[in-house]
Design a protein around this ligand. Structure first.
Ligand SMILES: Cc1ncc(COP(=O)(O)O)c(C=O)c1O
Length: 449
């Protein structure tokens, strides 16, 4: 075991170092070579070092360098060294983190991480919290609590009786709501299409003047951090408009982290007036996948939607039982990586990382517009949208940049315009990486007809 773990540490370390030099996207030949891992079911055991060597030989070159400093696709953080190392240690612990009585260390670390998160994000300190796979499931979990609470207030027990014959719930979302939020509504029986959609402004923010009047059980979902522009809905104004009775949910997969950075916090003013929040730790907190977080002001509403009991399960505990708040019973100890990232960075380290990525995004915007390309969004956070002329040319530039390999950006269509998306979300991105990437973008764009 010892030699094997030393072997894997050396291989992982070499892999991460290699990301500085190699192209960001995997070589097509390396992807084709994955066939080597796709053989027949082995009939007999293999030597463990050889298993690892095979994975490294064929797997490592076929990865997208998301852990590296110049991957700007989607919204993808890297993995802070301390969080990666803690994740390895937690894997060695192999704790099934459902119950305090069985795995006290991971339950305690989650409880502490939750307290720290509420402090750093400045959310109500009594919130319940769930450590889940990502913002998608965090939205699901928070909206399950919302569904419980708004129906409970009108005397309907949704967990017991389901939605057949239940009083209707009005659900309001922005036109720019993330598809995973819509999917979560569908999974909860609230309907993907049966929602009122509020039109958006030029940055993708919900138009307050276009919000419907509401009455009866209502859930309204706002967003901080539009996946294209980074824009944040005006949460304080939404709360004022809908009143205290509506359940206000915030999808803040990455934008909620603006709250942790003094110069950006104004973007999410009033976000603490909500009832529930979904965010990711694997994006801007830079812990390894998978790691999302749901917070619910009324912790009881969350546990009412999620907790179970059974004779064989040690559910009685004076401490927080992690599985009282998540859809899963058995799962990995996600809170360990989160605890380690917060312990390692501290409040100032988190703020500096968020501020730095936002400053780097502004630098991308300024340099690309200076070079004559069109920046389509106001760069308030970490997202930049840039067009290189018409849709066809923009697509060609994106493809050429991906092939060049200095950095990696994806494409999108923003309000009818084809654009390249630059998302600056990694702890590993230095100012030098940004300058190197800008030079590559300009070089490639100018060489692309
Ligand atoms: C606003 C928003 N919500 C939800 C999600 C889904 O997050 P995840 O893929 O981590 O589940 C994303 C992903 O980019 C997002 O930007």
């Amino acid at each position: 075991m010892h030699a094997l773990l030393q072997d894997v540490a050396a291989r992982a370390s070499a892999y991460l170092q290699g990301l500085q030099q190699r192209k960001v996207a995997p070589d097509p030949a390396a992807v084709a070579a994955l066939d080597a891992l796709d053989g027949a079911l082995p009939e007999t055991p293999a030597e463990t070092h050889e298993v690892l060597a095979e994975l490294d030989r064929y797997g490592s070159p076929a990865t997208m360098a998301m852990a590296g400093p110049r991957f700007y696709g989607f919204v993808i953080g890297g993995a802070l060294p301390v969080a990666l190392a803690a994740n390895w240690l937690a894997s060695a612990w192999d704790q099934n983190s459902g119950f305090y009585n069985i795995t006290p260390v991971t339950a305690r670390l989650e409880q502490t991480a939750l307290r720290w998160l509420l402090e750093i994000l400045d959310l109500p300190r009594g919130c319940g919290g769930a450590f889940v796979t990502g913002a998608n499931v965090a939205n699901f979990v928070a909206l399950a609590a919302a569904r419980h609470a708004v129906l409970d207030r009108v005397g309907w027990k949704v967990e017991a009786d389901g939605l057949f014959g239940a009083p209707p719930i009005t659900v309001i979302v922005g036109a720019e709501a993330h598809p995973t939020l819509i999917k979560s509504l569908g999974m909860l029986g609230l309907g993907r299409s049966r929602v009122a959609r509020v039109p958006a402004d030029a940055q993708g923010r919900m138009r307050i003047d276009a919000m419907p009047r509401i009455s009866g059980p209502t859930i309204i979902c706002v967003q901080v951090g539009n996946v294209n522009t980074g824009a944040c809905d005006a949460v304080a104004q939404v709360r004022e408009r809908v009143g205290a009775d509506a359940w206000l949910h915030v999808d803040g997969a990455f934008g909620l982290w603006a709250r942790a950075a003094p110069s950006r916090a104004g973007l999410v003013d009033g976000v603490d007036s909500a009832d529930s929040w979904a965010t990711d730790a694997h994006k801007w907190l830079n812990v390894p996948y998978d790691s999302g977080l749901a917070f619910v002001r009324d912790a009881h509403a969350l546990s009412a939607a999620m907790a179970i009991t059974a004779e064989y399960l040690p559910t009685d505990s004076a401490w927080r039982n992690p599985s009282d708040f998540t859809p899963e019973l058995s799962r990995r100890a996600r809170g360990v990586d989160v605890w380690a990232a917060l312990r390692g960075l501290g409040r100032s380290g988190v703020a500096e990382m968020i501020e730095r990525n936002c400053r780097q995004a502004r630098r991308f915007g300024a340099a690309l517009s200076e070079a004559g390309f069109e920046v389509l969004n106001e760069i308030a956070l970490n997202q930049v949208l840039v067009a290189f002329g018409d849709a066809a040319r923009t697509q060609r530039v994106i493809a050429a940049l991906q092939a060049d390999g200095t950095c990696w950006c994806g494409g999108t269509v923003w309000q009818g315009r084809s654009a390249m998306r630059i998302s600056v979300s990694s702890w590993a991105t230095t100012d030098e990486d940004v300058e190197r990437s800008i030079a590559a973008m300009i070089r490639v764009a100018n060489a692309t007809p």
